[in-house]
Write a protein that binds this ligand. Structure first.
Ligand SMILES: NC(=O)c1ccc[n+]([C@@H]2O[C@H](COP(=O)([O-])OP(=O)(O)OC[C@H]3O[C@@H](n4cnc5c(N)ncnc54)[C@H](OP(=O)(O)O)[C@@H]3O)[C@@H](O)[C@H]2O)c1
Length: 318
């Protein structure tokens, strides 16, 4: 049974682990999606619901909207599911060639883009309302008042219940939060955090979440799989994460002591933090989807938590 957590500043009581829909279509390239990919994506969503995840994370760009369409298909075939789950999505990243062939890669928090993107996601997801709508990556041209107006409009029209951000620096969070009304404040901050990616811990982002009562959602909580059970990292990945071997060793030692697995310990390391991190599980493999729900049953000791931190840092604490 997956435990629940209330997202701060909201009445959303969600599973303590979220399910991420980025990889649902099995590819980034819309043109390469086969009917097998679509069926596999539908099965992954149904498995995640059956396993007890109730918070589902999307973005308009995941396989150019196909991930949201797969999810929308599940909802259209099983309408009663909508009342049992919470849907998060994101906007703000624009790929090159959109809308014109010469358009560059960019971020876009214009009110026009936020509103249009949200309305398109609602259609693809086959729902009337998105529970949590997040800004994907900070737009260097962000005008906080314009963003706040777009949020107000979407909220007043009943299209979005609560808002969030992703990958913001603390100063960008401050800037945006000054422009918000109480109703449209940001409730979640979606950040990259795992044993292999700790800047949110070290650069004040988690502190700010606690201060502002924002719930952190952890993307790539297994560092894209390298902290997964039986994962064989490539030479390139060992170069990217020089402390990976030692981190695996300590994860496996702790896992053995608790009669569990490496990936469970890696997620439990996130769940231990007092900011109330919700890891977003990204696997589309049914066995892993079920297995990872066990992570919230493991309460690491402070000693275990620090042993893992030290292994991942590779250098002693100051
Ligand atoms: N806000 C942002 O900028 C941002 C960026 C990236 C992601 N996200 C969100 O975060 C979610 C999770 O990201 P993620 O997919 O990178 O998370 P992750 O859980 O760190 O990685 C999942 C990947 O690892 C693979 N894997 C290999 N061995 C595994 C094992 N033993 N256990 C579990 N996974 C294993 C999975 O493959 P299998 O499917 O074969 O298990 C899958 O491809 C995304 O779906 C998305 O919602 C947000």
């Amino acid at each position: 049974m997956v435990k629940t957590r209330v997202i701060q500043n909201t009445d959303l009581e969600v599973s303590s682990l979220a399910y991420g829909c980025w990889r649902l279509a099995g590819t980034w390239d819309k043109k390469k999606v086969s009917s097998e990919n679509l069926d596999h994506g539908v099965r992954a969503v149904l498995t995640a619901i059956d396993a007890g995840y109730t918070l589902f994370d999307h973005a308009d760009i995941y396989c150019s909207g196909i991930a949201e369409t797969i999810f929308g298909q599940v909802l259209s075939e099983n309408p009663s599911l909508r009342d049992r789950i919470f849907i998060a999505s994101k906007c703000g990243i624009r790929f090159p060639g959109n809308p014109n062939p010469t358009s560059p890669q960019r971020y876009d928090f214009s009110a026009e883009h936020i509103i249009k993107s949200c309305e398109e996601s609602l259609l693809r997801l086959n729902t009337d309302v998105i529970d949590l709508y997040q800004l994907h990556r900070p737009d260097y041209l962000m005008n906080p008042a314009e963003v706040a107006n777009a949020f107000e409009q979407l909220h007043k029209q009943g299209k979005v219940r609560f808002f969030g951000i992703s990958n913001f620096s603390p100063s960008q969070v401050d800037l945006l939060s000054r422009a918000h009304s109480a109703i449209c404040c940001t409730s979640v901050h979606q950040i990259e955090i795992s044993l292999m990616q700790r800047y949110a811990l070290e650069e004040g982002i988690l502190d700010q979440c606690m201060l502002k009562k924002m719930t952190p959602l952890a993307w790539s909580p297994l560092a894209g799989g390298v902290l997964g059970d039986d994962y064989q990292p490539s030479e390139e990945q060992f170069k990217k994460y020089p402390t990976l071997k030692e981190t695996h060793r300590v994860l496996d030692k702790i896992a053995k002591e608790h009669d569990t697995t490496r990936s469970i310990v890696a997620l439990a390391w996130l769940l231990k933090h007092p900011a109330g991190i919700i890891p977003i599980v990204g696997s589309v493999n049914p066995n892993r989807i079920y297995h990872l729900t066990n992570a919230d049953d493991l309460d690491l000791s402070r000693e275990e938590w620090y042993s893992l931190l030290l292994a991942a840092r590779g250098i002693p604490l100051p």
